[in-house]
Design a protein around this ligand. Structure first.
Ligand code: HEM
Ligand code: HEM
Length: 186
């Protein structure tokens, strides 16, 4: 069991790269699905009586979406690389958080370990479904793949909530200063 909290430079870099990447992926995904989504933009355009045809209105929507969407695509690549680097690091150096499949640990270590397994499992699912959407793989299951990818709208905020509670509890109990170690090392 590894509950020691020494974070190497690589480990810390990967953590903060993932924080930024996941935040960008979530925000751009959310905006595309809701506030700046196709239907939202088309509704505003039609309410303005601009006399646009449906094709013109869709072109306006796509042109508006384009610069925002490039961020989802760029950070998807960054996240996939960070995830692969984390997996290689894990295989070579051990998992660096409590292994939830080991027996005989205090309950909080199981919760901590499972929170991270949950995170990496869903990152894997998001990455695989995202690549399928981008490359047009398994086009016959397009709707299902897109729907599974969009689960991100739920699983990511759930992870953030669990993670913040976990880190605060660790700070308040036996791991005081752990946040500072995740930033500046030991
Ligand atoms: C965190 C929550 C996330 C949300 C809400 C989200 C949302 C979306 C949405 C709405 C699409 C467009 C699907 C369509 O074509 O209809 C999409 C595409 C995509 N996503 Fe995500 N996503 C998330 C996380 C991720 C992650 C973690 C990755 C990769 C590690 C990723 C990679 C991709 C890729 C590669 C595409 C295809 C891009 C394209 O060709 O346009 N996404 N995502
Ligand atoms: C919102 C995006 C975030 C994501 C996706 C994320 C992800 C993760 C992951 C996956 C781990 C396990 C580390 C590992 O792989 O070995 C971790 C650990 C940690 N994170 Fe975050 N994190 C986020 C935000 C934050 C924030 C805002 C803080 C600071 C307040 C923070 C502080 C920590 C600390 C202190 C640890 C080590 C705790 C431990 O060993 O259980 N994280 N984070």
């Amino acid at each position: 069991m590894n509950t020691e909290n020494k974070f190497t430079l690589l480990h810390r870099l990967l953590h903060w790269i993932m924080v930024v990447s996941m935040s960008v992926l979530f925000i751009t995904g959310f905006l595309r699905m809701y506030w700046m989504g196709k239907q939202a933009v088309l509704d505003v355009l039609s309410s303005q009586n601009l006399g646009l045809t449906s094709d013109q209105a869709k072109d306006v929507y796509k042109a508006l979406r384009e610069p925002m969407w490039q961020w989802h695509e760029v950070f998807a690549n960054v996240m996939i690389l960070a995830f692969l680097a984390r997996m290689i690091y894990m295989l070579s150096k051990g998992i660096r958080f409590p292994n939830p499949f080991k027996k005989g640990m205090p309950i909080k270590y199981y919760l901590q370990g499972f929170t991270y397994i949950y995170f990496y499992t869903f990152v894997l699912i998001s990455a695989v479904t995202g690549i399928c959407i981008e490359k047009g793989f398994f086009i016959q299951w397009e709707d299902t793949i897109e729907a599974v990818h969009k689960w991100g709208i739920y699983w990511f905020p759930i992870f953030v909530g669990l993670h913040i509670v976990g880190v605060v509890l660790a700070e308040l109990s036996d791991k005081k200063g752990i946040t500072s170690k995740m930033i500046g090392g030991d």
